[in-house]
Design a protein around this ligand. Sequence first.
Ligand code: DGL
Length: 256
Amino acid sequence: MIGIFDSGVGGLTVVKELRRQLPGASFIYLGDNARTPYGNRSQDIIQKYSSDDVEFLIGKGAKVIVVACNTASALAGEYLKQKYDLPIFEVITPAAAAASQVAIGHVGVIGTRGTINSNAYGRQLQGLRPELLISSQACPLLVPLVEENLFNRAETKMILRSYLHPLKLKGVDTLILGCTHYPLLKKHIQIKVGGQVKLIDPAEEVIKSLGEYLLATKQNFGDGVAEFYATDPDSRFKEIGEVWLQEEIDLQRATL
Ligand code: DGL
């Protein structure tokens, strides 16, 4: 059983990718939406919340953990890998690796304040290719816009422009979409930065490395179980999640 967690509903973009790349794989999803957003919190808090999330998933039988949340991956990824004795897949390592393989010379990173301030993507990228230029931009307004479904609105396009135009002017050739919600804005982001810029989706990359691991260890968890938990199931999680996944979600309460 694969355990996936996020600060809320955003990690369903990773579930969508799991379904696309590894159809039929069994998973449990936990959205800690009672304590969302993680994006503005300190490292100590993120490490504590992430440990609670992992322990909940282990308690439900997870044998592998996917940290869908970029903020949790950035601020607690290494901590979780040291603390728990099971494979932990966070999004930073595979997304930075993918970006370093395709970048010409200048990588842009967008994410929550927590992810950007941690410089987790920057450190990994420079470890892989020290000569790369890296430009980062926190985009704290994008999460609420996506959750409110305001994709095609003029205000969204204006805000996107104000975040992305400086990166375009600096000449980034590759852009990491470093937050669970941003793949849903991919089309608009591509327009703002220009068609030649390569977009890296961490959801796609983390599931790719999970797939390689499952293949190498001859596991597939292929009996199609899908369980969804939220720490606040009476919120808008179900409504938003069903639109994103295009399926009915039987949402259960998680008590951490
Ligand atoms: N899931 C978070 C991330 O990918 C975004 C939402 C939040 O701030 O909790 O960074």
